[in-house]
Ligand binder design. Structure first.
Ligand code: APR
Length: 299
């Protein structure tokens, strides 16, 4: 029996929950949100979408966290989202750490062995915060790197072209497209420094462009997050870029940052250490230092 919980069922959480149900990934799907009417409405809406598809049981609650007991995976979106006036996701840190901290207390009490997928922004910071609250690092996985990689692939010409490209680093303004491993239509590609900078800037703007036009990013983050859920519950041992609390990989520790990982039943089963170019390693280290400093200054 697979039980999955989504905590926070606003724009993103509801879409994630619906996709988990539609892809038939859970026998039981628990929805939690502080807004009682919202969570009930989302639960009913999703349940009514399913009878021709499958028999996922939808359970919902607001303050009764005992409902999340035995969840294999918990997807955490509770928190405030970014608004068009916000330049950086880091601006959400103080408020969202507070929100997440109350939820984490409940998870520790009722589902301490679950695998938590963090979406609440600033995701890398929140992912470190959760890990330091007393969970095993294999079980605390930040969602953002796959989304950034999907955005990069779109910029580079997908779907017209077959694009192989990944983004590591911060899920924020210091994303690092791995130029040394990119292929378009099976061919290794090279960009000039100016072209690389242009691509990076376009990538940095890709989320806010959506937020300005439709107020929230929904389908892209939801879909890429549910791919992570699927890799775990189906034990796919799939390589996905996730934020993970590093323990020496890439010469880094005390930081959660996007790197390639193998996801399976045990959560992060391996951090894959790609051979990166020296400038990419330098960028990764610089971004890690920025995130560490930011975390240290959090109240
Ligand atoms: N417990 C449970 N749910 C909570 C809590 C809490 N303590 N605090 C807030 N929530 C819920 C809200 O009631 C809301 O339904 O979290 C949900 C957040 O949904 P939205 O406001 O629609 O935000 P969304 O666009 O889904 O983004 C959620 O993901 O990508 C990140 O930056 C984004 O941090 C934001 C998060």
């Amino acid at each position: 029996m697979t039980k999955i919980t989504v905590i926070g069922v606003g724009n993103l959480g509801a879409q994630i929950a619906y996709k988990i149900a539609a892809r038939n990934l859970a026998d039981e799907l628990v929805l939690m949100d502080i807004f009682k009417d919202l969570v009930e409405g989302q639960a009913l809406d999703i349940q009514q979408a399913l009878p021709f598809k499958n028999r996922t049981k939808i359970i919902f609650g607001s303050d009764d966290y005992s409902l999340i007991k035995n969840s294999e995976v918990i997807v955490l979106t509770a928190g405030k989202p970014r608004t068009p006036d916000m330049k950086d996701r880091l601006e959400l840190a103080e408020i969202n750490v507070k929100i997440v901290s109350s939820v984490i207390t409940e998870i520790k009490k009722y589902a301490p062995n679950s695998i938590i997928i963090t979406i609440t922004n600033p995701m890398d910071i929140i992912n470190k915060f959760i890990y330091l609250s007393g969970f095993t690092r294999e079980h605390i996985i930040g969602s953002g790197g796959q989304l950034d990689s999907a955005r990069l692939r779109t910029i580079l010409g997908c779907p017209e072209k077959e694009v192989e490209a990944f983004v590591i680093g911060e899920h924020g303004s210091d994303q690092i497209p791995v130029f040394s491993r990119m292929k378009i239509d099976g061919q290794v590609v090279f960009f000039s420094p100016d072209e690389e900078e242009k691509i990076k800037e376009e990538l940095r703007q890709s989320a806010i462009k959506v937020i300005e036009k439709k107020k929230a990013t929904i389908f892209a983050p939801a879909s890429n997050t549910v791919d992570m859920v699927e890799a775990i519950v189906k034990d796919k041992k799939e390589l996905l870029v996730c934020s993970v609390n590093l323990a020496g990989e890439y010469g880094l520790q005390d930081v959660s940052i996007g790197v390639p990982c193998i996801l399976g039943k045990k959560g992060v089963e391996k951090v894959v250490e790609w051979e990166l170019k020296s400038n990419e390693i330098t960028e990764l280290k610089k971004t890690a230092e920025k995130l560490k400093d930011f975390y240290a200054q959090l109240k």
